[in-house]
Design a protein around this ligand. Structure first.
Ligand code: SIN
Ligand code: FE2
Length: 216
């Protein structure tokens, strides 16, 4: 490929540094969109999306399901990873091969080699759904990064610091964007304000986010 063609159609999508240890890979999942969406449908057929209750008794506006050997769950007794889907009483569906390879290659591009996630939380946002500022800290080790894949409607991603009151930067996340955070930013607060109404050509009137973790 000539240099000029490479400039017009870069082989590697854009890499934006968010902060030390965190970056945004724009459009990095687009070439896998059909496989990812087909896998999400088959996972949801086995372990349906549901609105879980927080320990404080609030029903989450985001609906979720999981795949992998562990799934993130919440109920009145707390947040945790569980190998069994509490709704079906069965193990979560396995991590599809295309999920593993996408998460591994995104982590590598961000400088985290040998990322082998065992958990993928699948969040579904409908208009109005939001996720308040939080840290991902229910995992056993914080040496591995988080890889987060956005599909469907655009959202604002808020990325703060170690303390809840630290200043927050905002990023527009579009279909196919991947955010990776780890190392010094592994425990940084992040959140998603209420999703705006809209229709995405492939995904419809929702946003789906996959977050890959090494949980166990
Ligand atoms: C999460 O923090 O679990 C999800 C973040 C997102 O939806 O982008
Ligand atoms: Fe999170």
């Amino acid at each position: 490929m000539s240099t000029q063609t490479e400039t017009l159609f870069p082989l590697e999508p854009a890499f934006e540094v968010i902060t030390d240890g965190a970056c945004l890979l724009r459009g990095a999942a687009i070439s896998h969109e059909h496989d990812l969406l087909a896998e999400i449908d088959s996972i949801a057929a086995r372990s349906p999306f549901r609105h879980m209750v927080t320990p404080g008794g609030f029903t989450m506006s985001v609906a979720l399901t999981n795949c992998g050997s562990a799934g993130w769950v919440t109920d009145r007794s707390g947040y945790r990873y569980d190998c069994i889907d509490p709704e079906t009483g069965k193990p979560w569906p396995p991590l599809p091969v295309c999920f593993r390879s996408l998460a591994g290659s995104a982590a590598s591009r961000a400088g985290y080699h040998d990322f082998h996630p065992d958990a993928c939380l699948i969040n579904r946002y409908e208009p109005g759904a939001r996720l308040s500022l939080h840290q991902d800290k229910d995992e056993h080790d914080f040496d591995n990064p988080i890889v987060s894949v956005s599909l469907g409607l655009p959202a604002i991603f808020q990325f703060g610091g170690l303390k809840r009151e630290d200043p927050v930067r905002k990023y527009a996340l579009n279909h196919g964007d991947i955010v990776v955070w780890g190392g010094p930013s592994r425990l940084f607060h992040h959140g998603v304000p209420a999703l705006k109404k809209g229709v995405h050509g492939l995904v419809g009137s929702m946003r789906i986010n996959l977050t890959f973790r090494k949980a166990l």
